[in-house]
Design a protein around this ligand. Structure first.
Ligand SMILES: NC(=O)c1ccc[n+]([C@@H]2O[C@H](COP(=O)([O-])OP(=O)(O)OC[C@H]3O[C@@H](n4cnc5c(N)ncnc54)[C@H](OP(=O)(O)O)[C@@H]3O)[C@@H](O)[C@H]2O)c1
Length: 212
């Protein structure tokens, strides 16, 4: 069975998955890099970005589960680009010519455009469809492998609310953002549908896995 999996999704203590004031200069708004320093310190990140070194402890072990067994990704329009990217016909995502997805990648947007074939196996497809339909399209493309639900918080929340997520890996970062986009709104009692495990990392973050 093809599962829908969320990996390395970082939230603040007060539940925000991104900050306020997103722009081309500030992809996470006022949160800046604070949600992801745990991940950029890992060897997983160094390998993905062509860097050296990086940690291999708890954070690295979780982080590297991002890729194996994944045959497609679905992401929100807010992850693909800054507010207004739909008005720029040249926008091709944040990640350069060889994005780190290496699979068909479906961008949910109310303003779809023709597909973009990138280097390294990533093809961006733009889809205006409800979550269940989008997941079915991605599962078909994944050829029996799992589908990564890539974020941001609005679309992860929608997929959780629709009961579509089989595995949710969250990383709670000990910061208080106070504003931005919250993951948990409207999901009261969600934990009852999952086995929940918690692992504290020496880096200060807490890994939570919700597995159906
Ligand atoms: N915390 C993390 O680990 C993490 C991970 C990934 C991304 N992020 C960050 O999260 C932020 C983006 O998150 P976000 O919550 O603002 O936005 P998002 O979840 O990426 O995207 C939401 C947008 O996608 C489009 N959309 C969603 N569902 C749709 C559907 N069923 N059909 C058609 N269009 C649909 C809509 O955009 P339109 O109406 O404009 O088309 C909607 O406003 C960025 O700052 C990004 O860097 C954080």
């Amino acid at each position: 069975m093809s599962r829908a999996r969320v990996h390395n999704f970082s939230i603040s203590l007060d539940g925000f998955g991104t900050g306020d004031g997103l722009s081309l200069e500030a992809p996470f708004g006022h949160a800046a890099h604070r949600l992801h320093t745990w991940m950029t310190a890992t060897r997983f990140w160094a390998d993905m970005t062509g860097g050296d070194g990086g940690t291999t402890g708890v954070d690295g072990s979780f982080a590297e589960q991002h890729g194996p067994g994944i045959g497609a990704e679905v992401m929100g329009a807010g992850k693909f680009g800054p507010p207004g990217w739909q008005d720029d016909p040249e926008w091709r995502g944040w990640w350069g010519d060889d994005p780190p997805f290496h699979t068909p990648t479906y961008v949910l947007t109310h303003r779809p455009r023709p597909s973009l074939e990138m280097a390294g196996g990533t093809t961006f497809h733009f889809l205006d469809a409800p979550p269940a339909e989008a997941l079915a399209v991605a599962q078909e493309a994944a050829g029996g492998q799992d589908v990564r639900i890539g974020g941001g918080p609005t679309m992860v929340r929608d997929f959780l609310a629709a009961g579509l997520v089989d595995h949710l890996h969250l990383v709670q970062v000990p910061i208080l953002l106070g504003r931005g986009v919250r993951l948990w709104d409207g999901l009261e009692g969600l934990e009852a549908q999952y086995d929940v495990e918690v692992v504290a990392s020496p880096s200060g973050v807490t890994h939570l896995t919700f597995t159906r």
